[in-house]
Design a protein. Structure first.
Lengths: 295, 409
């Protein structure tokens, strides 16, 4: 009888059949997972609920029927036709796209030169770049306002774009630099011997290989520019030229607060980020440089 | 056409680190030349300077008759195979091989395709053309890297330790394959390796480097049979040359060496050695195949004790110790590199013997064996300069011209 195998397993001190154990483990795992997802998405869910019908939380819980009866897309209609939402959205898109594209181009070459080229003062440049990140944004914004006012960039989307690029660059360059330093140098050397210039080697070999890192940098720049509030508030004072975050905040009046309109606006502002993350996430996960050299 | 000249080439890195010191070498058109040396000897630096990946501090490099010091790599008409292959991971094998042709020529797409196909056929990788490098094995990657070089039909091939990432069997196979390719194309080839066996088997000529200085250039046989100094003597050949310390005694009626080993030499040799060096003790270098082991004492034999006998197949390698020996390092000058291997056991004496000609019972026993030496193959080195003093008597006019350009110091 000594050779009889055990057909039960132990879970938290209880003897159970293996089937039950597998099932219980899966249940526990999914319970934890989905509760986390729910907690994270709760605000978004509430945004949707309120944008359709402005109700209090306890009313919604006690009597969802009331909410359902009064649900309408009226807030969205008002948002689109009675406010500057579309203009702000357009401004946000312009500033975000241009600052993302610009910072990607600049930081690709900037990070490459700091990561690869051997020139005097390379370390100093890298350190000073990081130094700018030590100041809170609002501290930089006020002097920037004075400078921009004097050189005529105040109250313009170009000025805001430049400010965003300047603020995003140091971090992006540091991020990409680390990635470049890990790419085998022989790749560019091979490309240069094969007839490319150094810039050609960067464009044809380094950029395709670093697309996951560049995508990460792009997401960082995009999220920053899309969500940025303080600089947009300080550097733009024309309602038709402002971006979404300061624009939406102007709906919070002194005497009235239209929660349904605000939530509809917030949802409208969140949507582009959802879309961007959805498309770019595969680049973040992908390890393209795999197989470049024998490991 | 595509001969390569190194003219007083020197490379210095920032903090005054001398990587290559006044290097002169003339490589003939169509020649297969190997740069060999231990790590840090400057061989890769030389190759990279030739490729344009490293700046030349002083001197001039010419490909054909064009000085290339100021030319970017793409204008030098060279192709290089890297140690880690450096295949572009985001491109298929076909695009990897076509990359150079697309960049450096204006050939039409069909022509490029055709040449890539031909090169792939030559390398036996046609069925891999649509694969990405990460799906290939080490040997296949090596073939793709070589194919990428030959497809461009350049004036010069550069190989930077291309086989060191392969396993031993594949390495031997690729060795002959690369040699065959080079003979087909007759393209001037410079091959960098730290493996003296690779250098010996593949090259028309070998250039041996140590600490940035050229030690000797010559055909594989020449550098093996007539090493110019202790470094070359120890570096070329496996297992390396045995080094004994002995004094030249000219007091008797016949001059002879006395010390670790006792050897008679001719009056003429003694004269020539004494004329070239006033050293008291000399290093006697004897290759393992030029020593004979006897079980009984014979005339002019030296007593030794067997450490271990390693069977190698066609012959055995016998490690021995002498009754008393003088530490080589105590005799040699500070600047002399006797090329001790990684374990630092330059004092291990070795001799090739016929399999089982010496019974196992001699291993670690007190019974001595008796050694005799082929005196004509004994090299006498000056312990201060490392120079081979016995070289002149055997050197031929051909050897002198060949090594004349190799005098880097």
């Amino acid at each position: 009888m000594a050779s009889k195998t055990r057909d039960t397993e132990e879970l938290f001190g209880f003897e159970m059949s293996p089937k039950v154990v597998t099932w219980a483990k899966a249940l526990g795992f999914h319970a934890v997972l989905w509760s986390l997802v729910f907690v994270v998405l709760m605000p978004v869910l509430w945004m949707i609920v309120v944008s359709l019908n402005q109700v209090a939380f306890d009313t919604f819980i006690e009597n969802p029927g009331v909410w359902l009866d009064g649900a309408s897309l009226d807030a969205y209609r008002r948002m689109l036709y009675e406010t500057n939402f579309i203009t702000w959205f357009g401004n946000s898109v312009i500033v975000t796209v241009s600052s993302t594209v610009l910072s990607i181009i600049v930081c690709t070459f900037g990070a490459y030169s700091i990561g690869r080229l051997r020139f005097k003062g390379r370390k100093a440049v890298a350190t000073f770049l990081l130094l700018t990140q030590m100041f809170p944004l609002i501290l930089v914004a006020v002097p920037l306002f004075l400078i921009f006012r004097d050189i005529g960039l105040f109250n313009s989307l170009i000025g805001l774009t430049i400010a965003y690029v300047a603020f995003v660059l140091p971090f992006s360059i540091w991020m990409l630099r680390g990635f470049y330093e890990n790419l085998p140098e022989a790749l560019e050397e091979a490309a240069m011997i094969d007839g490319s210039t150094r810039i050609g080697a960067v464009v044809r070999v380094i950029v395709p290989l670093s697309s996951p890192a560049i995508a990460t940098t792009a997401i960082f720049a995009w999220i920053f520019a899309w969500n940025e509030f303080v600089m947009a508030l300080i550097l733009i004072n024309d309602d038709a030229k402002t971006t979404l975050p300061p624009g939406l905040s102007s709906w919070i009046g002194q005497y009235s607060l239209q929660w349904d309109l605000l939530m509809a606006g917030a949802l409208g502002a969140t949507l582009p980020l959802f879309i961007i993350l959805f498309f770019l996430q595969k680049y973040i996960i992908n390890g393209l440089a795999e197989g470049a050299v024998k490991t | 056409m595509s001969r390569i000249q190194f003219d007083s080439v020197t490379k210095r890195y920032e903090a005054d680190i001398l990587a290559v010191d006044n290097f002169n070498l003339d490589i003939h058109d169509g020649e297969f030349l190997t740069l060999v040396g231990p790590s840090g000897s400057g061989k890769s630096t030389l190759l990279r300077m030739l490729a344009g990946l490293e700046e030349i501090t002083e001197g001039e490099i010419r490909i054909g008759d064009t000085p290339v010091n100021r030319l970017p790599p793409r204008k030098r008409d060279i192709a290089m195979v890297f140690q880690n292959y450096a295949l572009y991971p985001h491109l298929s094998v076909r695009d990897n091989m076509a990359f150079g042709l697309k960049r450096s020529t204006d050939l039409p797409a069909e022509e490029i395709n055709e040449r890539v196909r031909e090169a792939a056929e030559l390398m036996g990788i046609e069925e891999l053309l649509d694969q990405k490098p990460k799906h290939l094995s080490g040997g296949q990657r090596q073939r793709v890297a070589t194919g990428r070089a030959i497809v461009r039909d350049p004036a010069v091939f550069l190989f930077d330790e291309p086989l060191s990432n392969l396993d031993a069997k594949l390495r031997k196979h690729m060795r002959t394959e690369l040699q065959r390719l080079q003979q087909t194309f007759e393209t001037t080839t410079i091959y960098v390796t730290h493996d003296q066996e690779e250098a010996m088997t593949m090259s028309d000529r070998i250039a041996i480097l140590d600490t940035g200085t050229l030690q000797q250039v010559g055909s594989p046989r020449e550098v093996y049979n007539r090493p110019k100094n202790t470094f070359v003597a120890q570096f070329i050949g496996s297992p390396s040359m045995n080094m004994f310390v002995s004094k030249l005694d000219r007091s008797g009626d016949r001059p002879r060496f006395v010390g670790d080993i006792d050897l008679p030499i001719s009056e003429r040799q003694a004269e020539s050695i004494a004329a070239r060096s006033d050293a008291d003790q000399f290093l006697l270098g004897v290759r393992p195949e030029h020593i004979h082991v006897h079980e009984t004492s014979v005339e002019e034999s030296v007593r030794a004790f067997v450490d271990i006998i390693e069977p190698l197949g066609s012959n055995d390698l016998l490690y021995f110790e002498l009754e008393s020996n003088i530490d080589v390092t105590s005799v040699i000058g500070n600047s002399i590199d006797i090329g001790e291997d990684e374990q630092g056991d330059e004092e291990e004496y070795k001799v090739f013997i016929e399999p089982e000609s010496i019974p196992q019972r001699y291993e670690n026993s007190d019974d001595p064996v008796y050694l005799t030496f082929d005196t004509e193959y004994v090299h006498v080195f000056d312990p201060e300069t490392g120079e081979n003093l016995s070289l002149d008597q055997r050197s031929t006019p051909e050897a002198q011209t060949e090594s004349a350009t190799g005098a880097g110091d």
